[in-house]
Design a protein around this ligand. Sequence first.
Ligand code: GDP
Length: 427
Amino acid sequence: MVKAVVGANWGDEGKGKITDMLAENADIVIRFQGGANAGHTIKNHYGKFSLHTLPSGVFYDHTTSIIGNGVALDIKKLFQEMKSVVDQGVPQPKILVSDRAQVVMSYHVLFDQYEEERLGKKSFGSTKSGIAPFYSDKYAKNGFQVSDLFDEELLEEKVQRICEIKNVMLEHLYHKPLLNPADILAELHEYRELVEPYTADISAYLHQALLDGRTILLEGQLGTLRDPDHGIYPMVTSSSTLAAYGAIGAGLPPYEIKQIITVCKAYSSAVGAGEFVSEIFGDEAEELRKRGGDGGEYGATTGRPRRVGWFDCVASRYGCMLQGATEVAFTVLDVLGYLDEIPVCVGYEIDGDVTTKFPTTARLKKAKPVYKVLPGWKCDITGIRTYEELPENCRSYIEFVEKQIGYPITMISNGPGRADIIYRGQH
Ligand code: GDP
């Protein structure tokens, strides 16, 4: 049985917490896309962790954590992260890395920085982790698969070819120091040594796991609105953030993904640039940012203050639809307890017309939010464990959102910890 945990919005919906929680009953947790450019924050009995590369299942003895072929694999960061988790008292996690995953090279990070520098004010607000240059190289067939690391002849030939291309750009476009093929080869040898003990044929492993009746969790990074096809292009990430891509980025039959738990946060937040119709500003925003998440809405990777806004039903309905949500986990609801009234974005006004359909980017730029204002519940809901115990206005808020987005909210998260969860329906 395969379940996916994915985001409906811009990311930071709380997928890490939901994955960590569901991993209790899973055998395998697998990252299938993205790289070390975004982070998941997890709070459990070992402490508080910010994971960028490791799957959020690393905290259990019984789970195997896998880096799938769809991931942008930063080998050094993976091992640093593994060490830091173990240093904080977590038992050595069982990790496997796909022999088809490709490797983020030091020059990908440099090209990311150089390109942002070159673009100046028009930059994409990249986290400069090398993700866009990495995926460009992957699809231009200039990447290194983990399996390539074990074929010396191939490596030498490829390094020469890639340095030729990169050096033209470095010399003529960026005016930066050139790459030396010997250095690149040495970098690849270092990666080979680090990754060798963990390398495996992951699709074969997962097919066997399915035959053995194991539970597999796919863990998404970012959310629908950052998908390169269905998101707010070009302010998107470079790999698909959709559950469907889990089949490709892990090497699984698509029909095995039976449950798609789509995570929506009870208000909106976004790190980085791009359209965000229900964004709020000034003191109102600062208050929500300070109270938001667990210790404020600041990016897990970059520490950048997150942009915040009200819940957006238009974007979330679309986000769930594209994920193919079978259910919704509604998170960080506890944070809204301070508000007298809570606006919810129920439509977009574009050129004088109101729509509830999420448009393509050019039209989206013109959209103005249409709000419905709901009454707040004015109390702290942390610690509540059953739906019936929630204040009436809080339940009305959940039920209003559920009706608007059209997908069942089966889990409500009212705190950052594993136990802060309220199940609804048949769980
Ligand atoms: P992800 O990338 O989707 O995993 O999300 P992040 O980890 O970037 O952001 C979610 C933040 O909210 C983290 O700081 C979590 O600890 C925190 N969080 C998750 N669920 C809840 C919740 O229900 N209530 C509160 N207060 N914080 C939560």
